[in-house]
Design a protein around this ligand. Structure first.
Ligand code: SAH
Ligand code: SF4
Ligand code: F3S
Length: 459
């Protein structure tokens, strides 16, 4: 088989981890001589990079795989593979549900996929499952970036050692594995050579990071990234509230490039439910983090993840979440309806005895969304008339000559400008706000480029 003639399409579901894996795989495939199909239609091989975190995500990918498999009737030698989180825990089920499926590869087998595709052509075999390697090969992420970009998502760990009762991720991505410090810095250096200005450190519990080869911890890593001159902004996602040290909180004060925008997944505002969820943090801890950050920067953006309708969540429990949500005034939130997952700590009988009806989940979801709209509109209103430094990320889906970028508070800003501005900083005067975006006009200069909260005396 001559891989040069084979075009591979990857469809990605789920979180940024999957997005980053897809990007890394594209580089590996090109290095192995494959071509990349950017849109559906002319591919010879399709890979679905799947997510298992909620049932709906799995059903979506299964439906898509079923439709793609039909192409086999008209396209000789068309290959379909499933990778990502579903491939880690659904091996047999996938082959049964998707007759004709050629291969599956769990997240840890990312680096083996080019060879797997080659094998599927050589032997013309299907139903191939790569045995899960013991560990993740982080060097996959060190390969050259395919194109310049303003923001780079850099994985610093794989897997998770927590045991949140509702969550399947430890079963799909395995035990927490920290990426060597030097490997992370190598990728940061690589990214800035491509013009990247903002680094987002990525992992399931980033604040438990420690270098496997030394005593360096997450704050040491933030400091090392801060010391890379070409990096202008740093963010991270997701930290776990239980592992916020005062050293990490102070990093928001001392590290000038660390943006005052924190994603803090609280999941619930009821200590009883948090305990049931085995979340290892309380409401008090959340408040401690929020208040500390707000004394450092009163405007700090604080976003979250919430699950509504966890088994046994009473109206009283939910009202505690409502109160927390309203009092903290999160300016952005992902609100999820609890989805029962296999292999998690919530036993099936607990699910059926204590399960919350769909209608109640829906109402609770809507209730939080309404509060979110109010809080995010109010949060965004403070930028009205102000000039903000924006790192321009790309073209906005808003018609011609519209660009988008973010301010340090992670707020999306839309304005007119030429494509040549992408990946540069511009000063934008905000003249319109909604719950989700700011709009404005590029102006000459709004003072010195943001160089950390220390210089604006917000702390
Ligand atoms: N490691 C991150 C989040 C990983 S999963 C953390 O601990 O915050 C992303 C989000 O999906 C979670 O924060 C949670 O809100 C949601 N989630 C996970 N399992 C879920 C389930 N079974 N049903 C609904 N939402 C779920
Ligand atoms: Fe899942 Fe909890 Fe780990 Fe996040 S910390 S990935 S929610 S088990
Ligand atoms: Fe991400 Fe979904 Fe896997 S959220 S880690 S792709 S289960």
């Amino acid at each position: 088989m001559d891989p040069v003639k084979k075009k591979v399409l990857i469809k990605t579901y789920g979180c940024q981890m999957n997005e980053r894996d897809t990007e890394a795989l594209k580089v590996l495939l090109v290095e192995a001589g494959f071509m990349i199909a950017e849109k559906e239609g002319d591919e010879d091989v399709v890979l679905l990079n799947t997510c298992s975190v909620r049932e709906a995500a799995e059903l979506k990918a299964l439906g898509k795989a079923g439709r793609l498999l039909k192409k086999k009737k008209t396209h000789a030698n068309y290959k379909v593979g499933v990778m990502g989180c579903m491939a880690a825990h659904k091996k047999e089920v996938l082959f049964k549900k998707l007759p004709g499926l050629d291969f599956i590869a769990p997240p840890k087998a990312l680096h083996l996929i080019p060879e797997l595709i080659r094998q599927s052509y050589v032997g013309n075999a299907n139903q191939m499952a790569v045995p899960e390697p013991a560990s993740f090969n982080f060097s996959c992420y060190e390969h050259t970036y395919p194109k310049p970009k303003a923001v780079a998502w850099i994985p610093i760990q794989q897997g998770c050692n927590m045991a949140c009762s509702y969550c399947i991720v430890p079963r799909t991505r395995g035990e927490q594995q920290n990426r060597p410090f030097n490997s992370i810095l190598k990728e940061v250096q690589e990214a800035v050579q491509w013009g990247t200005k903002e680094i987002i450190l990525l992992g399931q519990i980033v604040n438990t990071y420690h270098d496997p080869d030394s005593k360096k911890n997450f704050v040491d890593l933030l400091e090392a990234v801060q010391n890379v001159e070409a990096v202008k902004r740093i963010r991270f996602i997701s930290p776990h509230p239980a592992f916020f040290s005062s050293q990490l909180m102070q990093a928001f004060k001392h590290l000038s490039k660390l943006c005052p925008a924190l994603h803090l997944p609280v999941q619930s505002g009821s200590d009883r439910i948090l305990k049931e969820m085995r979340r290892a943090h309380t409401k008090a801890k959340i408040w401690e983090i929020v208040e500390t950050l707000r004394t450092i920067d009163a405007r700090a953006s604080i976003s979250t993840d919430i699950i509504v309708g966890y088994p046994g969540e009473s109206e009283e429990d939910f009202q505690e979440t409502v109160a927390l949500f309203r009092d903290i005034k999160f300016d952005m939130a992902y609100i999820f309806k609890y989805s029962p997952r296999p292999l998690t700590w919530v036993a099936p009988q607990e699910q059926s005895l204590m399960g919350i009806p769909e209608k109640v989940k829906e109402d609770r979801n809507q209730c939080l969304l309404n509060i979110l709209t109010q809080c995010s509109t109010e949060y965004n209103r403070q930028f009205m008339g102000e000039c903000q430094e924006i790192l321009i990320e790309g073209k906005a889906h808003r018609g011609e000559h519209q660009l988008f970028g973010k301010n340090i508070y992670n707020k999306k800003v839309i304005f007119a400008g030429p494509e040549s501005w992408i990946n540069t900083f511009k000063s934008v005067q905000i003249n319109k706000i909604t719950a989700s975006t700011l709009e404005g006009k590029v102006v000459e200069d709004c003072g010195a480029l943001w160089d950390g909260i220390n210089n604006s005396e917000q702390g």
